[in-house]
Structures are given as C-alpha cells and as structure tokens.
Design a protein around this ligand. Sequence first.
Ligand code: C5P
Length: 324
Amino acid sequence: MRSYSLIAPAKINLYLEIIGDASGGLRQRPDGYHELAMILQSIRLADQIDVRSISTDNIRVHCNHPQVPTDKTNLAYRAAELMVRQFPEAFAKYGGVEINVNKQIPVAAGLAGGSTNAAAVLVGIDLLWKLGLTQSELEELGGTLGSDVPFCVAGGTAIATGRGEQLSPLPSLDKIYIVLGKYRSLEVSTPWAYKTYREQFGNSYIRDTDNLAARANAVHSGAIVKAIVDKDAREIAQKLHNDLERVVLPAYPQVLQMREVFANQEGVLGTMMSGSGPTVFALFESQQQAEEVKLQVRKAILDEDLELFVTRTITHGIKVVSSV
Ligand code: C5P
C-alpha cells in the first residue's frame, strides 16, 4: 500500500486536576511540565489525515485550514520527522512522506487537534513502512511529541496521569451527546494557562492528600470514575472538573459568558471548559436535546465568531478508513 486515510478524533477533558506537592506548592517537574490527573474522552469531531509515500526523500504537509502551519512547527510534521529519525532504514527503503490534513477540529481549542494529527501520522507511517509497531510502542513515541499524543493513539475513555502520557483505560462511554462552543478568533496558550495557574495558586494550594501518588490514586477511585464505570451520564456531568477554568475564565470573559449560557439551557447535564480552553462543552442524554441547545445558544449569543458543534463520545482513537 502506498497511501492510507485515517480518522483522527478530538478529545475533551471530563476531569483535569493539577496536582500539588507535599509542601502545598505546585510541582513543576524538571522538564517544566505539571503533574496532572485527567480523564480524557474521544469525540466524534475529527480531522482526516492522508499519508502517502512519495519518491522524493522529504516530508510535505498540506492543510485546508489557513491558520495551520505546514512546516516544522506543525506537530504532524514533527511526528513524521520522528519516524524518519527512529527508522532510517525504512525511510531509505520507502522514501519521503506526504501528509494531507483535512481540518475540522478547531485550532488551539483545548481539543487536542494538533496531538491527534501527530498520532495519526505515527499510525499511518507505521502502516506505510510495514513496521508492525504495537500500540504501546506508538504511544511511547507519541509521548515524546506531546502530552496528549499517547491518548490520541489509543482513544476511548482513559485516566491520564504524569504529564498526561501515562494512561489507564476506562470502560468506554458511547453516545453521550455534546455541544461544543468555540470563538473562532479566540485562542488560549496552554503554557500561559499552566504558568498562570502555578503563579496564582501555587503557594496556597493545599489539598487533603497532597502528594502525587495519593492524588493520582484518588482519581482512580473517585466519584467520576465510578460514574463512568456505571455509564451514568447525569452523574458524570455532575462531577466534571477542570482546574484551568480558575485562570482561563477570569481572563476570557466571553468564555465565562458562554459557559453560563450553556449552564442555563434546558437538558444540559453539565458544562465545563476542555483542557486549557477556550472550548466549552455541554453534555446531553440525547442528540435532539443537543441540537435544540445549539439553536438556543446561537440565539442567545449573537456573534458570528462563535462556532458550535454537535458531537458525541466515541470509543476509539486513530482509525484507518481506507488504503490504496
Ligand atoms: O505536551 P504539550 O506540548 O501538549 O504541552 C504544551 C504546554 O502545556 C507545555 O509546553 C507546558 O507549558 C504545558 N503543560 C504543562 N504540564 C502538562 C502538560 C502541558 O505545564 N502536564
């Protein structure tokens, strides 16, 4: 096969906790990252990635979205570069790689759009070059590119700890319906969100069990995990949590307003910002309720910059849809 098309789903965070250290401060790791306990969930909103071998010995990236760079700053490009470095013999045998990104996931949105593209490139090149890598090998490679990449390879529903790359799968959550809201022109820098959180809350941040292992374990046995195991959408929605809301909502009043509009709609089980934002999501039991709330939010916020999507939870990560 010389070409593969892959579906690269976005994710939302059902839970994001930044973990304090034993002194009550916030641990910034030697690598500059923060220790997290998260629950990540794949959603149907996805990009399509086409990966093909080319006769020249370079990497080319194309994207339909004008804001997405096609050079080394694109994580999909860096994923291909990583494969070239790791597997020079396969690169010599099969030649260069052309990557086409059909972007549907909003950019810089807290939905892992870049990470899921990188995950798809790893999976696609593994197939193109017949490397036969296991899922855990692909996840490990992904972890060197970005904290969310390993989850994007596997997908479904999972607890993610460490900097987000250590995964424990949870029973899959199918068909909880979701409305996503994102202002097209609004982007939040993830490094800014973590840095501001540490600066604002680092020294006053004391929890009952303030050490890493205890907090990570607390998430494993926590109420939201129980609700996921029970497939209880109402209870999951009650237990949504995201520490980064504490810095992003005050700094971005439109995001706070959107969250309030969502929270006041009928049929909304719960609402929360995803990742470092600025996307806000709301959960629903039925697609009909989600479609209705999308219309209501459109009427309540008369701003054409606001993009709204109806989507749902899915049980997979990167998926091959065709090969030629
Ligand atoms: O891993 P990724 O490149 O997606 O992370 C983007 C940025 O988010 C990092 O450079 C870092 O500033 C911040 N981050 C963090 N702690 C994490 C994950 C991300 O501080 N666990």
